[in-house]
Design a protein. Structure first.
Length: 242
């Protein structure tokens, strides 16, 4: 096998020429690699942002849907307050049909959790990360408020039944649940406006289309829509679901 020996340099000028060719070649290769990597992360960040926008759009829609029932919830709580006031005088809960329950949306956070554990968020600006984090902290607060609302309505459901004696302990528990449900409904009514304000304050905007089928909110309907009248036919026993 013939081996070609390196051609000796003839002077510094030729050496520098060869050196510059090598350096320029290396820098060109490194620059091209960095360009490819930058384009790759630009694409990844754009996809991450879009996933978050889909998810935020879904959460905004869920918040608006629940707040849209706030007037109906207030009317139902007024009815329950009247039933409880009469029962407090007579000592008995009257026969009552199913009272319904406001929808309880399940807020989405899968995209945000996935992005936090991925590498794309490292290419977000600190300001953008703080803004997104603030929005999801607000959504988490809304989720806790809805959990309290659910618990209050679970207690209020015990009004539905054929009629029974109202003991002081049950009376106190129902009045407490009534107050908690009223407070939760006031807070839930204000959620869309507060969420929109936070989105504007953080600079994330207000255009969050809900078009990702993977993040589409499930169509949820309670046993009886809270805007429907209380059912006329009481269940034969307490604790039976419609």
């Amino acid at each position: 096998m013939e081996i070609h020996k390196p051609k000796p340099w003839h002077g510094w000028r030729e050496f520098l020429k060869e050196y510059l060719i090598i350096v320029v070649g290396v820098l060109t290769a490194l620059g091209a690699e960095q360009v490819v990597e930058a384009l790759h992360w630009r694409h990844q960040v754009a996809e991450a942002r879009q996933e978050l926008r889909y998810e935020l759009g879904s959460n905004i829609r869920l918040t608006q849907r629940r707040a849209g029932k706030a007037d109906c919830v207030d009317r139902r709580l007024d009815e329950l307050g009247g039933i409880l006031a009469e029962a407090s005088k007579s000592g008995r809960l009257p026969p009552a049909g199913f009272i319904g329950q406001p929808i309880s949306p399940t807020y989405l956070q899968d995209a945000w959790d996935a992005q936090k554990s991925g590498q794309a968020v490292a290419h977000f600006s600190p300001e953008e990360l703080e803004a997104i984090g603030r929005v999801y902290r607000f959504i988490d607060g809304g989720r806790r408020r809805l959990e309290l609302d659910d618990a209050a309505w679970t207690t209020l459901q015990t009004v539905s039944g054929p009629g029974r004696r109202l003991d002081p302990e049950t009376e106190g528990r129902l009045y407490q649940a009534l107050g908690e449900a009223r407070g939760a409904n006031r807070a839930i009514r204000a959620l869309p406006g507060r969420l929109s304000e936070i989105l504007r304050q953080t600079g994330l905007g207000d255009d969050f289309p809900q078009i990702n089928p993977r993040n589409a909110p499930l169509a949820s309907k309670s046993w009886s829509d809270i805007c429907d009248p209380i059912r006329a036919d009481p269940p034969p026993i307490y604790g039976r679901l419609p």
